[in-house]
Design a protein around this ligand. Structure first.
Ligand code: PLP
Length: 389
């Protein structure tokens, strides 16, 4: 590096401290959906280059340092997995599930500028911000106890606004309980109310990473009737850099394609520059796991989730999970424990997510901590847990 100095001793120390901190924190994650079993060291050499997949992944740009071919392969893998019509889909690798959700809503708005958006009250917090940015009117629908959309409330609410086109933002795995809205049931509501102008987006951020491999498999994909789908790459698949995949029906994307002379391609994505490294991670994961490997990884996570439900119930902490879900829900536990195990809480409930890389041993450590809190006062427990680290 010309003109650059070696790091000072202090700066080096700061880096080393950060490394140690991150490593330690990684060993006590239980509440956030990030896979921890990846090893992309074979790809580190690509970090030497200013890789950038700017513009449409399927149209060459005049900027040549890109991983477009790999990006297209990744998209093809997921288009097949989510049963998109051959030749009838389009997509790109995003910066995460939220961007893909925003993209789906953007296309929906271009298609139906006067539509009403319906989403359940268990929807991810980022969606309201996106609706605000896109200036789309929306109505929140009640959820059932397990976090799934209340179909009756959806039916009644759409009926009251039946003069407007309908956009449903469906959850395929809610953030808190991993509940899945049933696309076929939603479509039957449209049929019942004779709604012909509608658009369904599936937010499959976490669950989309694995639910195709489960039996039963939720009704969530293109064959079931969606128009677009977003899934996170750094959740179930695993990536050191946040990323995601958005897939849409090709006809929707064609409505917004504008050619841009400066980059020599079509500006069909939300951002300008796009990450060219994350498609490489996803490509590598697909090549190494294949369908069979992803399936085995899924089974392993479901096994750990079943183990966790049993382990919590055995010590008197009522725990449950949705069918074929890797998220285990239970009543909020003491704050010190939530801090240590990085558990998100909402409305008196909390959860752990049995992601790839989480083992029964980690569940056992949490169970031990819970038992410990049961036999001490709040104050004592806090000190105990914090000191233990
Ligand atoms: C994580 C999550 C998101 C956001 O995805 P990011 O990849 O973090 O942008 C959206 N919806 C649901 C249901 C999620 O679990």
């Amino acid at each position: 590096m010309r003109y650059a100095n070696a790091l000072s001793e202090k700066d080096t120390q700061e880096l080393d401290q950060l490394y140690a901190n991150i490593k330690a924190k990684t060993a006590t994650v239980l509440g956030y959906p990030v896979a921890m079993d990846f090893d992309y060291s074979e790809l580190y050499r690509f970090l030497q280059f200013p890789v950038n997949n700017i513009g449409d992944p399927f149209i060459e740009s005049t900027y040549g340092i890109s991983t477009r071919a790999m990006e297209a392969e990744v998209l093809d893998f997921f288009a097949r997995l989510y049963r998109a019509e051959q030749g009838g889909w389009w997509g790109y690798i995003t910066n995460g599930g939220s961007e893909g959700n925003m993209y789906g809503l953007y296309l929906a708005r271009e298609l139906y500028p006067k539509a009403m958006v319906y989403y359940s009250e268990s929807t991810h917090y980022s969606v309201q911000k996106n609706l605000h940015l896109l200036d789309m009117p929306s109505i929140a629908i009640r959820t059932k106890e397990n976090g799934e959309i209340d179909y009756e409330d959806l039916h009644d609410t759409i009926r009251m606004n039946r003069n407007m086109p309908v956009i449903v933002f469906a959850n395929i795995g809610t953030t808190m309980t991993e509940a899945r809205d049933d696309i076929r049931k939603i479509k039957s509501i449209f049929k019942d109310l004779a709604i012909h102008h509608y658009y369904i987006h599936a937010d499959a951020a976490l669950t989309g990473g694995y639910c195709s491999y489960t039996d039963p498999c939720p009704a969530f994909d293109f064959e079931d009737g969606i128009d677009s789908l977003s899934v996170s790459g750094h959740k179930f698949i695993g990536s050191p850099i946040p990323c995601g995949i958005v897939l849409v029906k090709k006809s929707h994307r064609d409505r917004i394609a504008n050619s841009v002379a400066y980059i020599g391609t079509v500006d069909t994505t939300i951002t300008g520059s796009r990450n060219g490294i994350t498609p490489l991670f996803l490509w590598y994961a697909i090549k190494r796991y294949g369908l069979e490997g992803f399936k085995l990884r899924t089974e392993r996570c479901l096994q750990v989730a079943a183990y966790a439900v049993e382990a919590f119930n055995k010590i008197g902490l009522a725990a449950w999970r949705n069918e074929q879900a890797i998220t285990v829900v239970f009543a909020e536990i003491p704050k010190a424990l939530c801090l240590k195990w990085q558990l998100a809480s909402d409305n008196g409930r909390t959860h752990i997510i049995c992601m790839p890389g989480i083992t029964e041993e980690r569940i056992d450590l949490l169970v031990q901590d819970i038992l410990l809190t049961a036999s001490h006062s709040k104050e004592e427990t806090f000190n105990l847990i914090i000191k233990q680290k």
